[in-house]
Write a protein that binds this ligand. Structure first.
Ligand code: SF4
Length: 119
């Protein structure tokens, strides 16, 4: 049995997941919590949010995120990939910065537009 707090919504239900009963989840107030509990024990995933370098823009860092959750174990490697990025402004909101990040099928995308400085 493993206890965890559901992070899918602000209600924060306290979940219990029983690995020996087919990852049966109790304590959830909705089906999303059951799905979260099962996934968290078998293959935890997270959406990566970070910033990357951008030159010639209004700011020197651009907020980026993955367009879907990736395996939690890959977050350090994904951060290292993001740290290597060097962009040139302008950048459009939603622009793909790294396609198929680490072969996960998720793209790293711009969370906002970054106009060129003085534009
Ligand atoms: S189980 Fe449902 S209601 Fe409870 S925190 Fe998770 S998503 Fe929210």
């Amino acid at each position: 049995m493993k206890e965890l707090v559901c992070i899918v919504c602000p209600r924060g239900c306290r979940l219990t997941v029983d690995e020996e009963q087919g990852y049966k989840v109790t304590g959830n107030s909705c089906p999303r919590g059951a799905e979260y509990g099962r996934t968290e024990l078998q293959n935890p995933t997270r959406t990566l949010t970070t910033t990357v370098c951008v030159a010639g823009g209004l700011h020197r860092r651009l907020p980026v995120r993955t367009n879907r959750a990736i395996p939690k174990a890959l977050l350090p490697a994904a951060m290292a990939e993001a740290a290597r990025v060097r962009l040139q402004a302008p950048v459009a909101a939603g622009q793909i910065i790294i396609p198929n990040l680490l072969g996960t099928g998720a793209d790293l995308i711009a969370s906002r537009a970054m106009p060129a400085a003085g534009a």
